[in-house]
Design a protein around this ligand. Structure first.
Ligand SMILES: Cc1cc2nc3c(=O)[nH]c(=O)nc-3n(C[C@H](O)[C@H](O)[C@H](O)COP(=O)(O)O)c2cc1C
Length: 327
């Protein structure tokens, strides 16, 4: 008898499949349907720090004596308030109507003007908070160190404020990726989500315009979280939740063998619907039965880089094997 239970961020999940933060996790109807199809946990759509800041911001630049601007300001504040209120409502409903862990998500680039809302998320009943730290190192005047300092400051502010477990979702765009992953994990957090996915600019060559493309991942994108889970899981204290490019049960199994605690899916749910959750779970169960595993702990991390003396040697050997056939 196969048991898919796992512990992520100190929370008991009936299986390691998590619905990643996306528009799909923004309604109670969808969350209920995902729960019915067997999802282990959900990460709600991110609320943006700007949405939180825009409510009650004292730094509003709109002129006070202009009536039109005043009404615009009122509408902006009112809709921001509504969004923030609805988000807390959604947490409450999801907790009331399902028995799966509900992880809230905040997309942030600073620790200014929104931290108190994290406390409200906790009071609304969220089981954990995922911080989607969406700093893109695109400013040539800002060094990697400066960006990393901001990340660590955000985490410090949040863990001081809430007592629910915190997971940090980062992008892979760091020069010393393993080093920043390690420094994040030394904070009082419980999980790292590898990785965040940015909307990518594309070019429409007919209209010669920039457009947004590549919103959805491709199956080959799994290579990125797979590599960094293999490399980091041997020494990382925090749980790894692997995200990007998971299209089937095979992908989930690979990431578990690499050392992930949970695996997050978004594109697959958009493309194939929520019934795909049970298809993935069946695939994992069948594979475990075929290989004689009864729990995930028996094989989690079996294929991580600990099999090699050091992570960089492991990478080098894999590279040589691939390109020169050296065994
Ligand atoms: C339409 C869409 C909306 C998303 N919105 C969010 C979001 O609000 N917050 C977040 O952290 N990630 C968001 N993501 C990223 C996903 O959570 C996930 O990390 C990413 O899509 C990679 O997983 P996948 O390959 O299974 O799609 C979104 C992804 C998609 C496709």
């Amino acid at each position: 008898m196969v048991n898919l239970e796992t512990t992520y961020l100190g929370l008991r999940l009936k299986n390691p499949l998590i619905a990643a933060s996306s528009g799909l996790t923004n309604s109670i109807e969808n969350i209920l349907e995902m729960a019915e199809n067997g999802i282990g946990a959900v990460v709600l759509k991110s609320i943006f720090e700007e949405q939180i800041q825009s409510f009650g911001s004292k730094n509003n630049t709109i002129s006070q004596d202009n009536e039109i601007n005043e009404s615009k300001k009122y509408i902006q504040e009112h809709s921001a308030k509504r969004i923030l209120y609805d988000y807390l409502e959604l947490i409450g409903q999801a907790k009331q109507k399902t028995d799966i862990p509900v992880i809230a998500s905040i997309n942030c680039v600073s620790n200014q003007g929104w931290i108190d809302y994290a406390k409200k998320i906790e009071s609304a009943g969220a089981d954990a908070l995922e911080l989607n730290i969406a700093i893109l190192p695109s400013d040539p005047e800002v060094s990697g160190n400066e960006n990393e300092k901001i990340i660590l400051e955000i985490i410090d502010s949040v863990v001081k404020t809430v007592s629910i477990p915190v997971a940090v979702k980062i992008s892979p765009y760091y020069s010393g990726l393993a080093n920043i992953i390690k420094r994040i994990s030394q904070k009082d957090i419980q999980g790292l989500v590898l990785f965040n996915r940015f909307y990518t600019p594309d070019i429409d060559i007919e209209h010669q315009e920039i457009k947004t493309s590549f919103v959805f991942s491709s199956p080959s994108d799994i290579a990125l979280p797979l590599r960094w889970t293999i490399l980091c899981s041997p020494w990382l204290k925090s749980n790894i939740s692997a995200s990007t490019g998971v299209y089937n049960g095979k992908g989930v199994i690979k990431l578990l063998l690499a050392g992930a605690t949970t695996v997050q899916i978004a594109t697959l749910l958009y493309k194939k619907g929520f019934r795909e959750i049970s298809v993935l779970l069946n695939e994992i169960e069948n594979w475990m039965e075929r290989h004689g595993y009864t729990t995930i702990e028996e094989y989690r991390g079996l294929m991580n880089a600990e099999i090699s003396s050091s992570a960089s040697a492991f990478e080098r050997i894999q590279f040589m094997k691939h390109y020169s056939g050296i065994e």
